[in-house]
Ligand binder design. Sequence first.
Ligand SMILES: *Cc1c(COP(=O)(O)O)cnc(C)c1O
Length: 611
Amino acid sequence: MVNTAVIVAAGLGSRLKERTTHQPKGFVEIDGLAIVERSIQQLIASGITHIVIGTGYLSAFYEELAGKYPQINCVHNKDYQDSGSMYTLYQMRDTLDSDFLLLESDLLYDPSGLKYLLHDSTQDIILASGTTHSNDEVYIEYDHNHFLVNMSKQLSVLKSADAELVGICKISIDTYKRMCQWSAEVFAQHWKWDYEQALVAVSKNKPLLVQKIEHYVWCEIDTEEHLVRAKQDIYPKLQHITEQSFPVRRNILLNPGPATTTDTVKLAQVIPDICPRETEFGELMKWTADQLTSFVAPIDQFTTVLFGGSGTAAVEAVLSSVVGEGKLLIISNGAYGERMAEIVGAYGIDHEVFASSPIMPLAFDEIEQVLQHNSNVFTHVAVVHHETTSGILNDIHKLGQLCARYNIDLIADAMSSYGAIPIDMLHSHISFLISSSNKNLQGMAGISFVIANRAKLQALQNHTPRNYYLNLYRQYEYFEKTGQMRFTPPVQTFYALKQAIIETQQEGIAERYQRYTHSWETLIAGLDQLELQYLVPLEHHSKIITTIQEPTIDGYDFDQMHDYLYRYGITIYPGKIGKLSSFRIANIGEIDHQDITYFLEKLGDYLNTIR
Ligand SMILES: *Cc1c(COP(=O)(O)O)cnc(C)c1O
């Protein structure tokens, strides 16, 4: 929790001429209130309990303000005439001991900017806006993932002007210490360093996030022209702002789901309160179920049964509901296959496991032999379509044809393939297919579903139930009769899923797979360059998840690598296949090849620190 703010207010404000001969520029009034006092009131209203003001020119004004607001504490920079804002900040090194908001004294701004910085868990954030044309802008150059590269008033020193500095930042105490350390070394040559220059210096070794809010309402008041703009344009706008909807920061998730989502999917969750037993919500679920079916099967012969719960809930629902007194053959080549065996084990369901190599394709002749030798024993076969632990893709079409020949029902866990890899349940003879809302569909976590052959589903009617919450037939029947889920659904997640489905339809499943494939190609090329090995032979890759062998360099540590990348907004995930230590990169979600390029760059930087 950040509860401290620092205002740098030592400057002369000489560009405001006679307006600042008798008072510091923070005391210029708009609508009868000094701009700095309005800022202080906004800080207090946002939960700030401690305000340190760095004073210099006419500091008595601020001392008086401190008398009025007990939250204020002034720190004087006696060399304010010759020094810059960093020197003022440097005077506080004995006072500051926790993360703080840093503000300039001459700002008029939308207070929701403060809440935005305070609510984001990132420790260092520089608030920025789109173009203001205000004259005197500080331009920001940032990298692909919006981390600071450079800042300057001179466009010529920047490769690109990506945003404008507002003059409100969230600074961690570690960053502040680094700023002071750097400054102590350069003050000897130059006293007039601004805090902006110190931030740029720190950003060479530490990621500092730039949060750009395109249409943020704010201005700085340095000149008469600024003051006119503040009074005529900005202040009236601020009075009309009631609620600002800000973009939510996007992280690059390279873990195998939940995946990075679009802003539109995130924001779709914010809806008026609604009871999920209303017709309106029932219609939303019906629409959702129909769309989910039609991605992979004809809607007249297949139907989708929805559950509140993570993907495993739907896997468990199918396995514990459909096998009955029959026998299940589980084809397993990774952790998710093993999990299926654990589930049926818990229910005491008769089963056998056909174990296959985690990195090589299924041996169909061997599977066929098992079925032949046990003719009429197996009623069901279960397989993971895309084994997320290794990134190997199992040929469910071929398996479905085989099952059809032996009159066996095929159950496919398509959790991490559905939504990206085209599937045709009818022609591939798949009776039950399972997936969830938060992988390739790019929705939020919390909904899992079973797409079922309707006739096979209806045949379960007289099965003696082994389960309750997860009973597939009961869930289906109740929804058919009432248009409701049996138990409370994750309401807001459904609205996000609706938006995610619309976006999947707009992009197209084949096109989504192309985008993922482009990311995967970029990844493979980059891994080769970094001399890192992947486990599965290239021709068997799903192009969705890649398992990479851990480097054997001394000093390599997965957690350190994770933390290094995490600070740049990138999340990676460990993995273990057999005895081999590995990590996994999933290129699913709302990311593309440019994000992968950025990741490779940062991964290279990390490896250079240990190589
Ligand atoms: C993600 C995944 C699951 C389900 O995992 P949850 O954590 O329960 O959502 C099941 N099978 C496969 C193949 C998966 O990739």
